[in-house]
Design a protein. Structure first.
Length: 72
């Protein structure tokens, strides 16, 4: 999503309320390459990291979930 390389799933940690040890729902997943994913977690503040990279990840996840939804 940031560098356009093949990616892996990243659950947006700020997209919804969550408990300790729980990830957000699959509707809040975005693709990140391994390097960007590692960088995001190392940065520590997810909202700021996305802003610095000029990406509205929450909007992207919402739009794509509405478009493709859960595969049944």
């Amino acid at each position: 999503m940031v560098c356009r390389r093949a990616g892996e799933a990243h659950h947006l940690q700020f997209a919804e309320k969550r408990g300790v040890g729980y990830k957000t729902g699959d509707n809040w997943v975005v693709p990140l390459c391994r390097d960007c994913h590692t960088d995001l977690h190392a940065y520590g503040n997810e909202r700021v990291w996305w802003a610095l990279n000029g990406v509205d990840a929450k909007e992207w996840a919402y739009i794509n979930w509405q478009k493709y939804g859960e595969i049944k």
